[in-house]
Design a protein around this ligand. Structure first.
Ligand code: SAM
Length: 288
């Protein structure tokens, strides 16, 4: 991995000013790099897809663990640097935007239950962590797991449990489709330029079966409405949304789901939201 002085001298040589828009904070801490590489579970048959390789802090070490590595870098100047400097034969470099790629193109196996698969890795550009998470979820059937560096606060929200201040729509969304877990904290000083916040290394497993009988549109409408006003009770939040025809209908659905109407939304688990969405879905709460 490049040392700070080397990163600075390459930036000068290639006339690159790290772009905030592209989230260009480059990893310069060897211990953190070792920790990242050591925590990623990849079999020799897997494909690794690296998002935003930058100067390749992780790229060659990742390529050594996998059958092949595809790295997508949006910045042409960094892509050119990588083409000139990376030496592993199983690396495919692409100059492009990760959000524009159908991730199944790179997967060797298209089902989540398959032993061989695609592992996503990246120190993510922070400004697009949410769209990237969305993109991964939309392509989850061809992803075994994702290992990503994200802002600490984002990682905490993704992996939060009910009853905590970080628990909300994002937690429910991520945990419905995957199993997220923060592996460790990364202090801001591990990057150059130093970002304004600390980060964490987040793992999300995507092997989970999704129950096809759940109406996901209804479920996420209920979840979003519930968390819109966190201080309200779940009954009041749902009553002021357009999901239920009336407060009475919302109350009936909550009762059928065994959720006390006076509870705060942040205490309601994903399983309870699913039960609530089923009772709405089945239309068993109509007031006659
Ligand atoms: N992996 C490198 C490291 O750890 O030093 C760089 C990480 S830096 C936080 C994020 C990288 O993602 C930058 O190289 C940036 O140019 C690249 N990037 C930003 N937006 C991207 C996008 N939409 N698609 C692919 N790469 C992107």
């Amino acid at each position: 991995m490049l040392k700070l002085s080397e990163v600075k001298s390459i930036l000068r040589e290639y006339n690159i000013h790290p772009s905030k828009r592209l989230g260009q904070n480059f990893l310069i801490d060897q211990n953190i790099k070792n920790k990242i590489i050591g925590s990623i579970r990849v079999s020799e048959e897997d494909t690794v897809l690296e998002i935003g390789p930058g100067f390749g802090a992780l790229t060659e070490d990742l390529a050594k663990k996998a059958k092949r590595l595809v790295a997508i870098e949006k910045d042409r100047r960094l892509y050119d640097f990588l083409v000139e400097n990376l030496s592993c034969s199983n690396i495919k470099l692409i100059n492009g935007d990760i959000l524009q790629y159908d991730l199944s193109n790179f997967a060797s196996c298209r089902t989540a239950t398959c032993e061989v698969g695609q592992v996503i890795v990246g120190n993510l550009p922070y400004s697009i962590s949410s769209p990237i998470l969305n993109h991964l979820i939309n392509n989850r059937t061809c992803i075994k797991s994702a290992y990503v560096t994200v802002q600490m606060e984002f990682g905490e929200r993704v992996s939060a449990f009910p009853g905590t201040k970080d628990y909300g729509s994002l937690s429910c969304y991520a945990q419905f489709y995957g199993v997220p877990k923060i592996l460790f904290k990364i202090p801001r000083g591990a990057f150059y330029p130093v970002p304004e916040v600390d980060s964490c290394f987040l793992k999300i497993d995507f092997g989970k079966e999704i129950d096809a009988s759940i109406d996901q549109a209804v479920l996420f409408k209920i979840i979003r409405s519930s968390f819109e006003k966190r201080r309200k009770t779940i009954l009041n939040s749902l009553s002021s949304s357009d999901i239920f025809k009336s407060k009475e209908e919302a109350l009936k659905c909550l009762e059928k789901s065994h959720i006390s109407p006076g509870r705060r939304p942040e205490t309601v688990s994903l399983t309870e939201f699913i039960t609530l969405s089923r009772s709405k879905q089945l239309d068993t709460c109509d007031i006659v």
